[in-house]
Design a protein. Structure first.
Length: 167
């Protein structure tokens, strides 16, 4: 199947629906629509060719995550802590930053600012859409999980494998 659109937000919305998701549950789609960067609501998108219903993937499985394994087992405060530590976020390699402003311009939530020395990402605002990473042609922004998160992720995946073998 080939999907194409002049509106990247609409394209993402249609693709999300094809795999059985709700487009407005995807932060980048919802926030981009709210900022007027594109259309995320399927009711407002004209799909040409096959209908979404005819090409849906009924058995599409989202990738599992270590965080999902703990849902329902751990208390909420611990889940929030783990989610923060397990999340992959964009990080700036200051020595590679050329101050080109591309990351600042592309960020849908204005989490990136560029000062006189480097780009900076406000991770309290960042939605981890990785648009800044994708647009950076100097490889100054890379996706990364915090060190604590890498260790937790490894441990949870080991526990998941053990549990699967016991089942």
């Amino acid at each position: 199947m080939i999907l194409a659109s002049k509106d990247a937000v609409a394209l993402d919305a249609v693709a999300t629906r094809i795999i059985g998701g709700n487009p407005l549950d995807i932060y980048t789609t919802r926030y981009s629509q709210e900022r007027g960067l594109g259309i995320g609501n399927l009711d407002d998108i004209d799909v040409v060719g096959e209908t979404i219903e005819n090409v849906m993937v009924p058995d599409f499985k989202l990738p599992g995550s270590a965080f999902a394994t703990l849902r329902g087992i751990a208390p909420g405060f611990l889940l929030r802590f783990l989610q923060d530590k397990l999340a992959v976020n964009p990080w700036v390699n200051e020595s590679s930053c050329t101050l080109c402003l591309a990351c600042e311009k592309i960020c849908p939530v204005s989490a990136v600012t560029v000062d006189d020395t480097t780009a900076r990402i406000d991770h309290r605002v960042c939605i981890a859409c990785m648009c800044c990473h994708e647009v950076c042609r100097f490889h100054a922004i890379t996706p990364r999980r915090p060190a604590v998160g890498r260790a937790i992720y490894l441990l949870v995946n080991i526990l998941r494998k053990i549990r699967a073998r016991l089942a």
